[in-house]
Design a protein around this ligand. Structure first.
Ligand code: SF4
Length: 383
């Protein structure tokens, strides 16, 4: 039986972080309830798509799912379990922000079957958290983390961020060391990207321009510091028993995120909620990003669903699969497309191998450490 993953988007946050370009905003409790009412309707309406498929993972993402309270999250989980064939050992994750969960909430999540918590922290420096516009302190994070442990969670991820304005290499090193020492099972370590439309984009206009012109920015880390941050991440986390399995993701043995792995190996998923994306039966589509439309049960946006061509599918397989340290399975590629990777991408592979960016063993084709450093350049070749 085919496996299916489910994603539920909760677009609410206590306050918008200054760098954030995710689909999220502040809202009152009444709006949370109304939204969940329509989410449940959407889930029921699309449940027939799950016929003949078993759900291997569920992910409550956002926004800040924990900001709507455990009661509403449990209602959603109950609806999903009633409408889909959820495997007994399915990975069920919820993203939480420190200062938005109580010990009681965490116990309720655990009892409802949620078995993975992903905590957004970003840095262990209170000054940097303030600069990012985060609503919590490091101490509040530590408290939430202890509560999660006490509630029985044994699979916890912490999100961390490098290249924050004003962040030194030492501060990044300290953040990695402190969180690795805590004993968490998974760490996602991303670089801050300043996106248009965010408060940071306005604030760091001048710095962005200096960066573009190859000059020394004032507050943003320069290119060398950013590269060093990226390189010490692997070094430090490996020292504490984490293994990198994707460009930005590190896990203790057996703790890789099954849901995200599914995205990278192109497993089917259905997304529910505002702006949620789906990939199903070789098609990709996205829900509306307009809350008014969503609350009128107009779920899909006005763009047509995208049926992938054979070439697009192969290209996606390469681009997503090469994000993983193990790379793209040569056997699976051949089984899926009826021809070898070599036959389709032989000349690109040769070029990248000559540049020391790509390598292979008898099963997989994968990026070398240098290839990972230049991942964007390499991936562009497969488009
Ligand atoms: S908590 Fe996350 S989703 Fe919400 S504003 Fe901050 S970065 Fe964006």
């Amino acid at each position: 039986m085919n496996e299916l993953m489910l994603y539920v988007h909760i677009p609410f946050c206590v306050k918008k972080c200054l760098y954030c370009d995710f689909l999220s905003f502040q809202a009152e409790t009444a709006m949370h309830k109304e939204y969940v009412y329509h989410l449940k309707k959407e889930i029921r309406q699309k449940a027939k798509l799950g016929n003949g498929r078993r759900v291997s993972s569920i992910f409550f993402g956002g926004g800040t799912p924990s900001s709507i309270g455990a009661g509403l999250i449990c209602e959603l989980l109950k609806t999903l379990k009633a409408e889909f064939d959820v495997q007994k050992d399915a990975e069920i994750t919820i993203e939480v922000n420190p200062a938005t969960v109580t010990g009681r909430d965490l116990e309720i999540y655990r009892k409802a079957g949620i078995n993975r918590i992903s905590i957004g922290l970003q840095s262990t420096e209170n000054g940097l958290l303030k600069k990012l516009g985060r609503i919590h302190t490091v101490e509040e994070f530590l408290y939430s983390y202890q509560l999660a442990k006490k509630a029985g969670f044994t699979n916890i991820n912490v999100d961390l961020m490098m290249a924050i304005p004003g962040q030194s290499l030492k501060q990044w090193r300290d953040t990695l060391e402190k969180i690795a020492k805590l004993g968490v099972e998974h760490i996602s370590a991303y670089s801050l990207i300043i996106e248009e439309g965010t408060a940071f984009y306005e604030r760091y206009q001048e710095d962005l321009k200096l960066q573009q012109d190859g000059e020394q920015p004032r507050e943003l880390p320069d290119e060398d510091t950013e590269r060093s941050m990226y390189q010490i991440t692997k070094e430090i986390l490996e020292k504490y028993g984490f293994k990198r399995y994707e460009i930005s993701n590190y896990a203790k043995p057996g703790a890789q995120c099954r849901h995200n792995l599914g995205y990278w190996i192109r497993q089917e998923y259905l997304g529910f909620g505002l702006g949620a994306a789906s990939f199903f039966d070789k098609c990709r589509w996205k829900n509306t990003s307009k809350i008014r439309e969503y609350l009128e049960d107009i779920y899909e946006d006005d763009q047509e669903e995208q049926k992938l061509s054979f070439e697009e599918e192969m290209s996606e397989t390469m681009i997503l699969g090469l994000r993983l340290t193990r790379g793209v399975s040569k056997k699976k590629f051949e089984e899926e497309y009826g021809c070898s990777i070599e036959k389709v991408y032989g000349s690109i592979n040769e070029k990248l191998k000559k540049e020391g960016l790509l390598a292979e063993n008898d099963k997989y084709l994968f990026f070398t450490p240098k290839g990972f450093d230049l991942a964007n350049y390499c991936m562009a070749k497969y488009i």
